[in-house]
Design a binder for this molecule. Sequence first.
Ligand SMILES: Nc1ncnc2c1ncn2[C@@H]1O[C@H](COP(=O)(O)OP(=O)(O)O)[C@@H](O)[C@H]1O
Ligand SMILES: [Mg+2]
Length: 316
Amino acid sequence: MVVNSDAIITVENLVKKYNGHTAVDGISFEIKRGEIFGLLGPNGAGKSTIISILCCLLEPSLGRVMIDGLEIKKNASDIKKIIGVVPQEISLYPTLTARENLEFYGKIYGLSGRTLKSRVEALLDMVGLTERADDLLEGYSGGMKRRINIAAALLHEPRILYLDEPSTGVDPQSRRRIYDTIQDLNRQGTTVLLTTHQMEDAEKLCHRIAIMDKGKLVALDTLKGLLELVGESDLIHVLATEILPGPVESIKRMPNVQKVSLDEGNMTIQLVRGRESLVGIIDILVSAGTRVESIYIKEPDLESLFLHLTGTSLRG
Ligand SMILES: Nc1ncnc2c1ncn2[C@@H]1O[C@H](COP(=O)(O)OP(=O)(O)O)[C@@H](O)[C@H]1O
Ligand SMILES: [Mg+2]
């Protein structure tokens, strides 16, 4: 999907207070038509509150939200027709089969007859659960339930899809399938807003990522733009039986090496453009007779950025 420059969602100075507690504290951002936009932040950051407001389920305390040209306070029923919502909590009937659940939701959206049937079959196929469609939901894994919940949000072919923590409680196989589904939908033109506290979701899926902490936006950019904020330092970790002073001194003298720390057989090298120096470092170690057991490079990621910006961990 080509990302357009025009905004399909505009959020201006949004504030939400629950009995005096400020859950969303003056947030502004725009989501472009055709974009996969991520809200990344730890539990309690205010992500679900924003989703609830954007679904017209919760009224903001202050601020303005426009969705596809419609103001949320005045046009809730029109907005609900163009959005699909996959809530954080699974909302399906355990004693119905997957197909029956989808038929039930389709009827709520006003679908019937052949249209309903073909829509249900297409969505079962899209989330990869056609073969399990006649099994009761209660026998499904967390990941399979989430996939059916995604299908349920798509029955009325929404232009905008919200997913609140789509990969929480999901096994790796279902997670891959969910990623594929989100990307397929986006290629077909759906604008996607997802929330997550897992950096992998944001890194793998999102065109742009807004990082939230304690109700505030702390950064908003593409993954590349965000990683540039952390600085360029990579870390190379070396594990060896014994590391002699000679090679350590040679590594310290390499032009892009910033710092070398040594803890018995563990060496950590902080440097810029680590990948380019990897072979040189291995050469120095091996020619000094070091028996390297493992060596790996850690490039900056959203976890290190979050730590850099807030002083706390994303998982915390
Ligand atoms: N219905 C509610 N009543 C009171 N406080 C709430 C309610 N919903 C959320 N909160 C509080 O608002 C803050 C943000 O919550 P939430 O939007 O669920 O964050 P996230 O989805 O990022 O984990 C948290 O401190 C939470 O305890
Ligand atoms: Mg939440």
